[in-house]
Design a protein around this ligand. Sequence first.
Ligand code: AHG
Ligand code: MN
Ligand code: MN
Length: 343
Amino acid sequence: MHTVSEARLVTLEEYIIQSQNRFPGAKGELSQLLRDIGLAAKIISREVNKAGITNILGVDGSKNVHGEEVKKLDVFSDHQLISALERSQITCMVISEENDGIVRLSSKGGKYIVYLDPLDGSSNIDVNVSVGSIFSIYMREARFDPTVKESDALQPGVRQVAAGYVLYGSSTTLAYTTGLGVSLFTLDPSIGEFILCDRNIKIPQKGYIYSINEGSYNTWDLGLKKYIKYCQEDDPDTGRPYTARYIGSMVADVHRTLIKGGIFIYPHSSRYPEGKLRLMYECNPLSMIIEQAGGMASNGERRIMEIEPTAIHQRTPIYMGSPSNVRKALDFLVEYAEEKSMA
Ligand code: AHG
Ligand code: MN
Ligand code: MN
């Protein structure tokens, strides 16, 4: 039976049409990209949900129960997203975690460049924990140069025209921004549609959760060690000790941070001198989402989205989340900057 509230549901498709109508003259190409990514996400979501049955988590080239060759889910996700982008002929190049070099699409004159982490947190698949897809969209500036080059893609995060992620969790959630706030959708599997849940989600100014791989404590700089000790101190007036939460899928950890507030950190360390996470397809897009929701994202010294990239797969440390928490962490880094030695 249909209820009145069901009738008012806004699907991703309706949202796209409404957004386009707000900008008369817009050709709707960016909307087409979102539509393509939404479709690929539904297919990936379906495969993620049945990963155990189909044995698709197997190592690339292994056989599934039907004796067929199976691909790892991150390779599968990469193919789904790239073929969705190829179909609409408006993207000239894709850069993905799964491909060492740039992937040129057939539309050489296509105006968009898309970065992808097709499946983030993929090691979590084996244990049925949330994973995600991340995307970041730029315009190609050298539109009339017939050769699409890697250097066309080396643009700072502030030049992203849109960014977002899909979280395959207890439900499948899509977060999207074009720089006018963050919209959130949830996939209703019974009708196969993403349903709009929030048009302008905001991160709490301050949160009470810190999220970091604390097993690496001994590899951190002193300022970070001191900040984490600060988070653990007992001071009910300021809401401490904070709660520790670390899923190990950046999308899932950042999504929780967006909704509940707090801080997510992947620092540089003696093990990962440049940090572990990738600037172009992990940190920039998630920073755009967090900033558009009123949060902050820094590499410890400067805004993530202002970093001038020099390589498509480069890494960066990241401190992101509620502004109050991020500022506090940065204060600790400055205070102990001279004492890089371990505590
Ligand atoms: P990916 O699965 O795309 O390679 O990314 C994994 C990343 C990220 O999702 C997560 O935040 C981080 O690796 C976890 O790293 P640690 O296990 O070192 O904490
Ligand atoms: Mn990743
Ligand atoms: Mn990945």
